[in-house]
Design a protein around this ligand. Structure first.
Ligand code: ATP
Ligand code: LTN
Length: 330
């Protein structure tokens, strides 16, 4: 091992990966690969906290693996595996369940939000989801966790669980810090800009899928909810326009002032077309690379198997230490 810090992050294969996932998380993962030891995962165990059709899940897991490589995860630089292939994640999650309070989990806003959506399946996994997430992070003694703003609360709980365990026994886990980018940390729904863009949104017009066809992307942006004024300006109460401006800023690197100047005197129609085109231009090379990778299933399989082996070796060290501290015998 070198003296670089360790990064861990994961994404659920719970649907088509969105522009929100890309700008809020994936883009940062890719940029951090040179300066950190990076470990990334497709969080399939997390995805089953809501009901998944087996055939669709199988497809989504492989697609997520290929798409993240297409986005720029470099298998020579980073470890990139599928969560369920490394049993230590499920095992540590159980152990951490026993160091996490009912009250803490009850306060999680994602649990409350998802319980409202899935009223008939508020299962125990949905409730203890943050313990599995803490296990993911703590197994690799991670220093930093790049996520979108919506995951901040889960990260704080991971830190609390780690501190509690360390204080109960002796230093065992490194305490991880969140890494939340300044722009793009919360991309909003195109149909309801008060809600975050989510890949499991029932309304497909609410999100841009990384794999959406260019004409679909253009249509979704043209239909995006804005307001009854007609000035491209970042201001309170203009949630729809603010969201489009933040997407445009992330993609082009322009500041809000520069964007306001570019569209001074122009209407929302022109603005939406430009945002859509910038997103399309960014996504086309990713889509091409994805199609290319999906033709080589053998390469994908070999990669995720090899990388799981590496992850297994690292994670078992932490798991063994945890079990010893608890008082289990080997
Ligand atoms: P689901 O809707 O199934 O809960 P999701 O779209 O929220 O999924 P996750 O797999 O939970 O996606 O998240 C993967 C990463 O993308 C996380 O780091 C998360 O914070 C980030 N992320 C998700 N949605 C957004 C968003 N709208 N804006 C910015 N980042 C986001
Ligand atoms: N819960 C995360 C996905 C995830 C994750 C993690 C992120 C699972 N395990 C570990 C960071 C670190 C989400 O984005 N909803």
């Amino acid at each position: 091992m070198n003296d670089k810090k360790t990064i861990f992050s994961a994404i659920q294969p719970s649907g088509t990966i969105t522009l929100g996932n890309y700008l809020g998380a994936l883009k940062n993962w890719v940029n951090l690969q040179d300066d950190y030891n990076c470990i990334f995962s497709v969080a399939d165990l997390h995805a089953i906290t809501v009901r998944q059709d087996p055939k669709t899940l199988r497809k989504n897991i492989l697609q997520a693996y290929a798409l993240l490589i297409a986005c720029g995860i470099d298998l020579q630089k980073s470890i990139f595996f599928i969560q369920s292939h490394v049993p230590a994640h499920s095992e540590l999650a159980w152990l951490l369940n026993c160091y996490t309070q009912f009250g803490e989990l009850s306060r999680m806003t994602q649990f409350k939000a998802k319980s409202l959506i899935h009223k008939n399946d508020i299962n125990a996994g949905l409730f203890t989801y943050p313990c599995l997430m803490a296990a993911d992070i703590l197994l690799y003694q991670s220093d930093l966790v790049p996520v979108g703003a919506d995951q901040k609360q889960h990260l704080e709980l991971s830190r609390d669980i780690a501190l509690r365990f360390n204080n109960t026994y002796s230093p065992t886990f490194k305490i991880p810090d969140p890494y939340i980018a300044k722009t793009g940390a919360k991309i909003m729904s195109l149909q309801d800009p008060s809600k975050k863009m989510s890949k499991s949104d029932a309304n497909v017009n609410a999100f841009i899928g990384i794999l959406d066809d260019p004409d679909v992307i253009m249509k979704k942006f043209k239909r995006a909810v804005t307001d009854s004024q007609a000035d491209v300006r970042f201001a309170q109460g203009k949630d729809g326009v603010n969201n489009l401006m933040s997407i445009y800023s992330c993609v082009t690197g322009l500041s809000y002032e520069q964007i306001e100047q570019q569209f001074a005197g122009k209407g929302y129609g022109d603005f939406k077309t430009c945002v859509a085109q910038a997103v399309i231009d960014m996504l086309i090379p990713i889509q091409d690379e994805f199609k290319h990778l999906m033709k080589d299933k053998a390469y994908l399989e070999e990669s995720y198997r090899n990388h799981a082996q590496t992850a297994m070796k690292i994670s078992y060290k932490t798991l063994a230490k945890v079990k010893r501290k608890i008082g289990f015998i080997s």
